[in-house]
Design a protein around this ligand. Sequence first.
Ligand SMILES: NC(=O)c1ccc[n+]([C@@H]2O[C@H](COP(=O)([O-])OP(=O)(O)OC[C@H]3O[C@@H](n4cnc5c(N)ncnc54)[C@H](OP(=O)(O)O)[C@@H]3O)[C@@H](O)[C@H]2O)c1
Length: 367
Amino acid sequence: MSTSPAERSASIPAHESSAMARARELGATVLGTTSPNPAVGAVVLAADGDVVGEGATHPPGGPHAEVVALAQAGGRARGGTAVVTLEPCAHTGRTGPCAEALLAAGIARVVVAVPEPTELAGGGADRLRAAGVDVVLGVEQAAAERGALAGWLTGVREQRPYVIWKVAATLDGRVAAADGSSRWVTGPEARAEVHRLRAGCDAVVVGSGTALTDDPHLTVRDTGGAVAGRQPLRVVVDRRDRLPATARVLDDAAPTLVSHAATPAELLAELFDRDVRRVLLEGGPTLAGAFLRAGLVDEAVVHLAPKLLGAGPSLVGELGIPGIGSALTFSVADVLPLGGDVQIRLHPTRHTGGGTRTGGDGADGGS
Ligand SMILES: NC(=O)c1ccc[n+]([C@@H]2O[C@H](COP(=O)([O-])OP(=O)(O)OC[C@H]3O[C@@H](n4cnc5c(N)ncnc54)[C@H](OP(=O)(O)O)[C@@H]3O)[C@@H](O)[C@H]2O)c1
């Protein structure tokens, strides 16, 4: 279950590194469909190094990534290598143990990014090694932890969902105009990205202020406006029951929770109990401020529009910061042009209250 420093720095051949990058991509393709289980990706290489199988975790009760990739590889898996983002499980849950499936397929080597952190599913590497399989743990671990496994790992380590705060603002940080109008701050490409972000989450959260002002639908839709088959839980935090029965969020296009949670931590506990592992916090500034003050934002996705408004609500409300030295700080993960707008993805490095995060990946802690 644990890794030695030697394992963490283990170098692997280039074709296995490419397979690991592909496994991370595969895991990301099933985000929003696997919770409470991890979104794992797996690639099977034949003995000659050819990619012969690819897989990602199916929804709960369905096969795990390794099993999907092995099924695709068939007999070509014999003597080959399995490259997986998470250590194969050794226990029988709703599906059989993946370690046994790898042994049955005749896999000779297993390359793993993240060692299994739970006692329940641990022991896969030991089981494989005991059967003579060459197992390498901790390969490109940080990249896998920051990626598709971040939500699940936050759940294991902190018993709460991973929170992505998404906000669209003008160059002067306004999320709406002085008259309250906010459609549309950003262009169609940025709005399409919001739907992609929603699809990768288990719940989308707004405060009652946003629900009352904008009357958002909060569903995942394609560019033509068609509502997707799988929808995240829509959540409005409305402690004073101000949401009218006519609110669009209360239609039957997707499940909706109207929460009375007093604090962000209470809300996250409520969502965690419903198997939510990834939350998209869509605002507005008051609720975002409450999450930031509580140190409960793991990742921020800011869509900046090249516009100025000069007045209107700022992208975040009061943070209780007395001076520049206490500013909440972030590290920039990446910057992406989105049509005429720009997307900046960030991780908090220091939150209010002075706490400092190491690694800046929002998935702190060892394995
Ligand atoms: N451009 C964007 O990305 C974007 C996104 C969202 C919103 N907006 C804009 O933001 C404006 C609305 O701002 P807002 O700040 O009123 O919206 P908000 O943050 O969505 O809602 C604020 C309300 O949330 C409730 N709330 C629930 N839990 C809370 C907690 N733990 N701490 C604080 N409040 C909590 C409070 O009402 P109760 O006490 O009644 O529960 C509070 O009044 C609109 O103009 C909207 O267009 C823009």
